[in-house]
Design a protein around this ligand. Structure first.
Ligand code: SF4
Ligand code: SF4
Length: 187
């Protein structure tokens, strides 16, 4: 455990911050571990879902925001459905990713946050995901231009990647959602 974060009080500021960003109060968690037992990607996590909650309760903000777990979470909702205390842990993970994106903490996974950012930017600009622009945004951020090039070409050849973005009628509404989220988060 890190020694720089010594405030291990159950009513930590971090609990309130997580509640504010996710709308979820994690205090009722009694560490039954049902969330972790059902998580399909727990094998790739450095902190299991119940351990993430414990670390939040301890106020270990930096450790949680720098964890690999918040980025490998697939948002499948299994943990939320299994929790006997109705703690929506999938939403907690969403909130933690948001906090990590807007913090100075260096992420354990470098590329996933960049893909997350590129994904959101793509939706914001076109109203829905356009794979080609998403890939280009991601490649510009990671500078890995040739990585997965053969896979990308194969997908393009099979018509899985469209050159032009799909038509959408809800672009302004999508932008308004992003603006409202940023305003609500105090950005
Ligand atoms: S299932 Fe719910 S109560 Fe059990 S450890 Fe996970 S979050 Fe806590
Ligand atoms: S939402 Fe994330 S943490 Fe919860 S079970 Fe699915 S992958 Fe695991």
């Amino acid at each position: 455990m890190g020694t720089s974060e010594s405030a291990e009080h159950p009513n930590s500021e971090f609990i309130r911050e997580v509640a504010a960003v996710s709308g979820v109060d994690i205090r009722p968690c009694y560490q039954c571990q049902k969330c972790s037992a059902g998580c399909p990607v727990s094998g790739a996590m450095d902190l299991l879902p119940n351990q993430v909650i414990r670390q939040i309760q301890y106020g270990r903000r930096e450790k949680v925001l720098a964890s690999r777990s918040i980025w490998v979470c697939a948002s499948c909702q299994t943990c939320s459905v299994r929790c006997p205390n109705a703690i929506d842990f999938a939403r907690v993970m969403d909130g933690l990713r948001h906090l990590a994106m807007h913090s100075e903490v260096s992420p354990a996974e470098k590329e996933i946050p960049l893909f997350h950012r590129a994904f959101l930017d793509s939706i914001r600009s076109t109203g829905r995901v356009h794979e080609l622009s998403l890939i280009m945004r991601f490649k510009l951020k990671t500078r890995g231009f040739l990585k997965d090039a053969s896979l990308g070409w194969e997908m393009f050849r099979r018509g899985k990647i469209k050159v032009l973005p799909p038509g959408t009628t809800g672009g302004n509404e999508v932008k308004a959602i992003f603006d409202a989220c940023e305003k609500g988060a105090g950005q």
